[in-house]
Design a protein around this ligand. Structure first.
Ligand code: SF4
Length: 452
């Protein structure tokens, strides 16, 4: 949002609808929360505006996961206050209301993650809704902040694990899944509204339905169990791309791979491994048999040769030795993952790992992160080079006068690579076209429209 001079609420002085600005920080999960809040406000007649200057009030949806994200959230609140003056804070960092008030005593209200009712109540208190029955109503699929052709679909909230570096279970509570029917009706509405790709998110997608004891619920003429395998199969029947994010490596993840091979869901698995050294994994309180993971990855590739695997890793964890780190690099060379994100360990206020011995200096953590990314760049370059000469289905995201940018099944929006279609300037976002891949680098592909 561009920053301009501070301003005050003005809608009461005119007949215009009350206008809300939104700053959404953090992960796709936070984006889904923002979408829900905005959908609700829009339904009540509020208008969403794109600059501080136009807004009567700014909502800042914060991220409180890493210290760096918390600093970014505090800065964003400061920027919104300086530019607009009327700010409500929500999201993960909202659980640290005292800290926010210390830095920014002028904020109007602070609410935590998923406190939809409280955020709406705070907005009502500081910027009452207009009572105009002629105001646009929200479309039935909700208002989405992502481009029209893809949408994030949240299937559960919270997490039952206790990874030592993470405070998500404290912030968001234990696993709480939506019944399958709720997820499927939302998916149906999104598909009807033109969505071509559903991105399934949660804190722990593989655990979906555990808290509901996998109870079935009625969707149209049948019962669907609240289990990730059943849900994935049912979502696949909508005929759009279905991409699974944040899948913890449970044994039943193996049952998703045949669905990928059948084409029911995209052969794409975002599975955060975090490390490969058993010692570090134990300190992280994660499953410690990564040698078995290599066997599983091989099996997945036997069942579904096209499967693209993305993962994230944390390096420089307290107590990580040079040998632990080398084990991770060797594991990566064997695993040959398609996409990798890597974070240098940071203390997170309230996390158990803060009290572990053996915290490493910043330069060691940063050097290990850079080494890991260099190794992965070589792997990624080799894997992408195999695509040259293949025809691949590409979902177009953006069109320019020089061509079009899109993604294959192997790339999620915002976090993975892209395909540049050199002769795609006449295409439209949301179209799926066949592209002959003509070039590659460490992250992206280039191609031309394939002959029919
Ligand atoms: S599984 Fe993920 S969300 Fe749950 S505690 Fe571990 S890192 Fe946090």
């Amino acid at each position: 949002m561009p920053s301009t001079a501070p301003r005050k609420a003005r809608h009461h002085a005119s007949r215009q609808p009350p206008r809300i600005g939104l700053v959404s920080l953090g992960c796709p999960k936070a984006l889904v929360d923002s979408e829900r809040i905005v959908s609700r406000l829009r339904a009540e007649g509020y208008e969403l505006v794109g600059s501080y200057d136009e807004a009567d009030l700014v909502l800042v949806n914060t991220c409180g996961f890493l210290d760096s994200a918390r600093a970014e959230s505090l800065d964003a609140i400061g920027e919104a206050l300086a530019a607009n003056g009327r700010v409500i804070v929500t999201g993960c960092m909202g659980v640290e209301a005292d800290l926010i008030r210390d830095r920014h005593p002028e904020v109007l209200a602070i609410t935590g993650p998923h406190q939809y009712e409280q955020v709406i109540a705070a907005v009502h208190a500081h910027l009452p809704p207009a009572h105009d029955p002629k105001l646009d109503l929200v479309p039935p699929e909700g208002l989405r902040l992502t481009p029209r052709h893809y949408a994030y679909l949240k299937i559960s909230e919270g997490c039952n694990h206790a990874c030592s570096f993470c405070i998500i279970p404290k912030l968001r509570g234990p696993l709480c899944s939506r019944p399958a029917r709720e997820v499927l009706y939302e998916a149906e509405r999104l598909v009807r509204a033109g969505v071509k790709e559903l991105l399934i998110i949660s804190q722990d997608t593989g655990a979906y339905g555990v808290d509901l004891r996998h109870a079935p619920s009625r969707f149209r003429d049948r019962e669907v169990r609240a289990h990730i395998v059943d849900l994935a199969r049912a979502l696949g029947e909508f005929g759009v791309w279905v991409r699974l994010h944040y899948v913890y490596p449970y044994p039943h993840v193996d049952d998703l791979v045949p669905l990928m091979n059948e084409g029911a869901i995209l052969p794409y698995l975002d599975i955060p491994f975090q490390h490969a050294s058993p010692t570090v994994l134990r300190a992280m309180r994660r499953p410690a048999r990564q040698d078995r993971m290599l066997e599983r990855i091989r099996r997945w590739r036997d069942i579904c040769p096209e499967i693209a695997i993305r993962s994230t890793f944390v390096v420089g964890f307290p107590g990580e030795t040079e040998r632990d780190f080398e084990l991770l690099l060797e594991w990566l060379e064997e695993a040959e993952l398609d996409r990798v994100g890597c974070f240098a360990y940071e203390d997170v206020a309230g996390a158990a790992a803060n009290h572990l011995p053996g915290h490493l200096p910043e330069e060691v953590k940063e050097e290990r992160r850079a080494r890991l990314m260099a190794v992965q760049e070589g792997i990624s370059r080799r894997r992408l080079a195999r695509r040259v000469g293949q025809d691949m289905a590409v979902l177009i995201d953006e069109v320019t006068s020089d061509g079009a940018f899109g993604r294959t099944y192997a790339d999620a929006p915002e976090i993975d690579g892209r395909v540049f279609v050199e002769d795609g300037e006449h295409l439209k976002p949301g179209e799926i076209v066949w592209v002959e891949i003509t070039g590659s680098d460490a992250h992206d592909l280039v191609g031309e429209l394939a002959e029919e």
